[in-house]
Design a protein around this ligand. Structure first.
Ligand SMILES: C[S@@+](CC[C@H](N)C(=O)[O-])C[C@H]1O[C@@H](n2cnc3c(N)ncnc32)[C@H](O)[C@@H]1O
Length: 411
């Protein structure tokens, strides 16, 4: 299209190509069939009012609903996250796929993957979301393959089961038994699972006809929280409550902290302990953090607004949170410092409170253990039904949920 000034504006196909190139560069889309799916779906039609360049940004998630407390509860997920989960799902033509959490575009990608002989069912708890998804799928012709249902997915969707693949697009703290039972033996469940506050989209394989799931890889991600019967949000222990500088611990099955003692400790001098372990600038701490959560008992994540860092209240801040070891009125969190070598950082810990230094030393020791024994390793995550005897669980970190016992083990 040519504008009045004579400049060419890119067509949606051109902009989509740009997104596809980005997804390939980021390593999010690798399978040529996944690439073709992202090339085919006109996802911008799901986000009217948002300009093409924004709608096709690889990292752009369009938030469509926020709850009364300001928490985002519905969105069209970012293309990078969608591609990553679809890669994890390994969908073959002819498969039956259940999507938990609707929006439209992701169901269309799943339909591309399942092909004309496959079927996709998409379920969402929110009738406004399902209405919007149905409109998008009808407009784009994917309603021939995708059935949209309004329901709480806690019970799966028995009327359309079994499924070869279940792709969950909402953060889950637990795995309801129905999801496992509605999966074909050997089927794959891809789910953003929150473990001790840390969310990873895990590709699980159902172990035959059993109720056991075994991980086959996972990726770092962020998703809106589950609503309905499976709702289980993190609780916040607020350590500093000045607008723009808020600092809080996110509790997820952790012991109740002495919040006022920790808030007082935050206001005292810090002790820094350095581990000697180096990290490249683009290297992720996602596996280190999971190691720390495996090795240390009371390690919630500390979330801090950027203003807290600017003011020097904390040395590190991250929207997904920083692992923080808590003991009584003292705590220590993981951090990094620049080194003389460009783009290399040293990992360490900052402690506060009467035992802050000791906790920072424990954290630094576990960073060294990870570096020496587990760097390059990937944790194995297993999900067993609640009530499974201890003797049948792998040794390692155990996370107890209402429906399941989750284990995290390292080679
Ligand atoms: C990130 S959005 C889904 C995005 C979508 N898959 C897309 O095309 O990008 C997550 C959705 O999960 C839904 N959800 C939350 N709890 C649910 C539940 N218990 N059962 C079904 N859907 C749920 C929310 O209403 C929300 O629309």
């Amino acid at each position: 299209m040519t504008t009045k000034t004579g400049t060419q504006t890119p067509s949606d196909q051109d902009v989509r190509e740009g997104m596809v190139r980005q997804l390939i560069e980021l390593g999010a889309a690798r399978d040529p069939r996944v690439v073709a799916a992202f090339r085919a779906v006109p996802r911008h039609l799901a986000t009217p009012g948002i300009d093409l360049a924004t709608a096709y940004g690889a990292e752009f998630a369009a938030v469509t609903k926020t709850d009364a407390t300001g928490v985002d509860i519905s969105s069209v997920s970012a293309p990078r996250i969608q591609a990553m989960q679809i890669e994890q799902a390994r969908i073959e033509p002819g498969m039956a796929v259940l999507e938990i959490g609707s929006g439209g575009p992701n169901a269309a990608y799943l339909a591309e993957m399942a092909g004309a002989t496959g079927r996709v069912v998409s379920v969402d708890i929110d009738p406004e979301v399902t209405a919007r998804a149905r409109r998008f799928l009808a407009e784009t012709g994917y309603d021939r393959t995708v059935t949209v249902v309004t329901a709480d997915a806690e019970d799966g969707l028995p009327g359309h089961a079994p499924y070869d693949r279940i792709v969950v697009t909402v953060q889950a703290a637990d795995i309801p038994p129905a999801w496992v039972r509605q999966l074909t033996p050997g089927g794959r469940l891809v789910v953003p699972l929150r473990m001790r506050g840390m969310t990873r989209t895990v590709a699980f394989v159902r172990d035959g006809e059993s109720d056991r799931l075994v991980s086959d890889g996972f990726e770092l991600c962020g998703f809106v929280p589950m609503q309905g019967a499976g709702e289980n949000r993190v609780r916040l222990a607020v350590l500093h409550d000045v607008a723009g500088e808020e600092i809080a611990l996110r509790l997820d099955g952790h012991p109740e902290p002495d919040t006022s003692a920790l808030a007082r400790a935050l206001a005292t001098a810090r002790s820094a302990v350095w581990s000697g372990v180096m990290l490249g600038g683009s290297e992720s701490t996602e596996h280190l953090d999971l190691w720390l959560a495996t090795a240390l008992d009371n390690l919630p994540l500390m979330a801090a607004k950027p203003g807290a860092r600017t003011r020097g209240l904390v040395a590190s801040a991250s929207p997904i949170g920083i692992p923080t070891l808590v003991d009584g009125g003292s705590f220590a969190y993981r951090t990094t410092r620049a080194t003389d070598v460009e783009d290399r950082y040293e990992l360490g810990a900052i402690g506060h409170g009467p035992r802050g230094r000791e906790l920072a030393e424990r954290l630094a020791a576990e960073i060294r253990t990870w570096d020496g024994d587990h760097r390059g390793d990937r944790a194995r995550i297993e999900v067993h039904p609640a009530g499974t005897p201890d003797g049948l669980l792998s040794a390692g970190r155990r996370i107890e949920r209402r429906h399941t016992r989750i284990t995290i083990t390292w080679p």
